[in-house]
Design a protein around this ligand. Structure first.
Ligand code: PHB
Length: 398
């Protein structure tokens, strides 16, 4: 016998309880706008999934100014620059001096932990381990979705507005009719091999290295845990890589006459991260609105993923708030166009950083030399440095 379906009624239904969905839920709750968040994964899985860690100052402010938590200020590490390394030499970029801005290194899973705690503290309705099975009536004034809760209970949520914050494999995105959507995609012939290691910091700032052997990124997590990546084949098998092999591959990509040497230690996590640039247009259909990875994906080289998701959430929150306080849907209707302007800036920056720093497996030697010419142009002029610094630290929110 089929389980009976319980109907829940709310103003905003949010599918996806990662950082984007939870941040939107938090902002709406503060404005007195009732909402329900439904997420398929359990909270433990999300809080232990390692993702990028760079927050623009606007993203930090969204956490601290709205009372999520101040942990980002105490546990996060403010960075006033990065090093671009090529031809075996490091070229520091000082963001504070160039554009009067900094970024904060704070792992995305910690952002999730803070937001989940804030929603719980404030009595938010967030249902983890709950699978969305259908999205209905998007073109009406009462869009709906169905989900199966962690305990097997069946629910149908009736809302005024539905938000797809359900990540790069978004279920919501797929419910938009083909005639009303267009996807823009770039595939790359490489991926990143990411590790977490128990080791001291190798360098005070993050190092983005272009080398004939491929890209490497030296990032950090704490005084004792480091995060490093190197360009690899998308089909790479992490088990084929011993600790020694990983460290020597990373070292060879940062080698140079200055004798720079990575500080090594036991590796406790290895993953291959896929690489893709993707945008769905428009970011809305009827009363469904897509935010974050559900609507667009960037390669991690520019560290824009979470920042872009928060930028979408900020725009959508203001539109929803205006819809309820004035009854005017103008900002909601403009959501897609407004959010897409920043999305395409970030797409351009992420693509640019990626192509400038990586070595495609079958690249013409000309292209490798060209990329070095580009790095030399960027680091060799204040304008070039400022262009990168402004993009990396984040454009103003309009
Ligand atoms: C990270 O620390 O995981 C990280 C930092 C910068 C990036 C990407 C990832 O561009």
């Amino acid at each position: 016998m089929a389980n009976e379906r319980t109907v829940l009624r709310t103003r905003v239904g949010i599918v996806g309880g990662g950082p984007a969905g939870l941040m939107l839920s938090h902002l709406l709750a503060r404005a007195g706008i009732e909402n329900i968040v439904v997420e398929s994964r359990d909270a433990d899985t999300i809080s232990t999934t390692h993702r990028a860690g760079i927050l623009e100052s606007g993203a930090v402010a969204l956490l601290t100014d709205t009372g999520v938590d101040g942990r980002v200020l105490t546990l996060g590490d403010e960075h006033a620059g990065i090093d671009l390394r090529f031809n075996g030499e490091s070229h520091p970029l000082d963001f504070r001096e160039l554009v009067d801005a900094t970024v904060t290194l704070y792992a995305q899973n910690e952002v999730f932990v803070d937001l989940a705690a804030a929603r719980e503290r404030d009595g938010g309705d967030v249902r983890f381990g709950s699978e969305v099975t259908a999205v209905l009536d998007l073109e009406t004034e009462t869009p709906k979705f169905r989900f199966t809760a962690a305990d097997g209970g069946e629910f149908e949520v009736h809302c005024d507005l539905l938000v797809g914050a359900d990540g790069s494999r978004s279920f919501c995105r797929r419910q938009i009719p083909e005639s009303n959507r267009r996807d823009f995609t770039v595939k790359y012939p490489f991926a990143w091999f990411g590790i977490l290691a128990e080791a001291p910091k190798s360098s005070p700032e993050l190092i983005y290295a272009n080398s004939p052997h491929g890209f490497a990124l030296v990032s950090q997590r704490s005084e004792t845990v480091q995060r490093l990546y190197f360009q690899c084949d998308p089909g790479e098998d992490v088990d084929a890589w011993s600790e020694d092999r990983i460290w020597s591959e990373l070292q060879r990509r940062v080698d140079g006459p200055d004798g720079f040497t990575l500080k090594t230690g036991p590796i406790f996590e290895k993953t291959v991260l896929p690489f893709r640039s993707f945008v769905r247009e428009p970011l809305s259909h009827g009363r469904l609105f897509l935010v974050g990875d559900a609507g667009h994906t960037v390669p991690p080289t520019g560290a824009k993923g979470l920042n872009l998701a928060f930028a979408d959430v900020r725009v959508l929150f203001e539109a929803i708030d205006s819809f309820y306080s004035t009854g005017n849907a103008g900002l909601l209707e403009g959501y897609s166009d407004t959010a897409l302007r920043r999305v395409w800036k970030a797409q351009n920056f992420s693509y640019w950083m990626t192509t400038m720093l990586h070595t495609p497996p079958d690249a013409e030697p000309f292209m490798l030399k060209r990329a070095l010419g580009e790095l030399d142009t960027v680091t060799g002029s204040r304008y070039g440095q400022q262009y990168l610094a402004e993009s990396y630290t984040g454009w103003p929110h309009g």
